[in-house]
Design a protein around this ligand. Structure first.
Ligand code: AMP
Length: 280
């Protein structure tokens, strides 16, 4: 496993790879868990070489506090990556990526960025688009892997690739969960015991919404979820939305043949957790 801190050094090494060989790429912000590893293992099966980036991207944080508190576990991350025989790690610092101009590019994601995470996290998706585009330019992968845990991000990356006519193929990866249903996330380590015990309620409620969805109208399902959280003293609902799986626009009534997904964001104290589920 080779670790690179500079653009020049990783590009130098990647350029030595035979052009007929495929490169799979997984961008991460580190603090790796089984969810990340499941994606990396999938990429390893589907490609000749795998590149993982570890970079906590400053431009996608709307709250400075979240950026400062983002867990840094580089040493154990590198051990996990070595254990699963990852080929290349790209671990630059912010100056290497942004050249001391830490700013986002402005994208037109055709409305995908205006709802849910985009509505609650100002500038978040311009930051995500900026870093992923930069990393694609540096690594030039054949395939790039993104988790459905961040489903809106996945749709936005697909749009960014289409708009910029990039040749990389975007591969969605299923949400990896703890045995009690909580979606794995680097933020879970910030939960205290009480919050961690309460957190599986998020997925349980998503499952109930999926159960109700075929029989009930959308407002019924939305109100049901809101009421469930009203009675929860540890978890505070930020939003629950039902949206078209492709366009992500919030839906109030069902259209036959369309696929829908439920999206949720919840606070456990200062820790913000997100999850989603396919409804049909
Ligand atoms: P992050 O390090 O949180 O930016 O995540 C890096 C990639 O891993 C993103 O594509 C995430 O969607 C994905 N990911 C994070 N957690 C999970 C999970 N529990 N299941 C599947 N993918 C995940």
């Amino acid at each position: 496993m080779k670790i690179f801190k500079t653009i020049k050094s990783i590009q130098n090494n990647l350029s030595k790879i035979n052009k007929a060989k495929s490169i799979g790429f997984i961008p991460t912000m580190g603090a790796l868990h089984e969810g990340h590893l499941s994606i990396i293992k999938k990429a390893k099966k589907e490609n000749d070489y795998v590149v993982v980036s570890i970079f906590v991207n400053p431009t996608q944080f709307d709250k400075k506090e979240d950026l400062i508190k983002y867990p840094n576990t580089l040493e154990s991350d590198l051990k996990l990556l070595k254990d699963i025989s990852c080929d290349f790690i790209f671990n630059p610092n912010a100056d290497e990526i942004y050249n001391s101009n830490i700013k986002s590019e402005s994208f037109d994601f055709e409305g995908l960025d205006k709802v849910m995470e985009g509505a609650f996290r100002n500038g978040h998706f311009d930051g995500v688009g900026t870093i992923v585009k930069k990393l694609f330019e540096i690594i030039n992968p054949d395939k790039a892997y993104f988790g459905e845990k961040d489903y809106q991000q996945l749709q936005i990356i697909k749009k960014m690739v289409a708009i910029n006519n990039l040749s990389v193929q975007i591969i969605p990866c299923a949400i990896f969960r703890e045995t009690d249903g909580l979606a794995m996330s680097s933020r879970n380590t910030r939960l205290n015991k009480e919050q961690r015990n309460a957190a599986p309620f998020i997925y349980k409620t998503l499952l109930k919404s999926k159960e109700l969805f075929p029989e009930k109208d959308m407002d019924f399902v939305k109100n049901f979820v809101k009421n469930e959280f009203k009675n929860n003293s540890i978890l505070t609902l930020e939003y629950f939305e039902i949206a078209d799986s492709e366009l992500l626009n919030s839906s109030t009534s069902k259209t036959k043949g369309k696929e829908y997904r439920a999206f949720i964001a919840v606070f456990a104290g200062a820790v913000r957790l997100i999850d989603n589920i396919a409804l049909n």
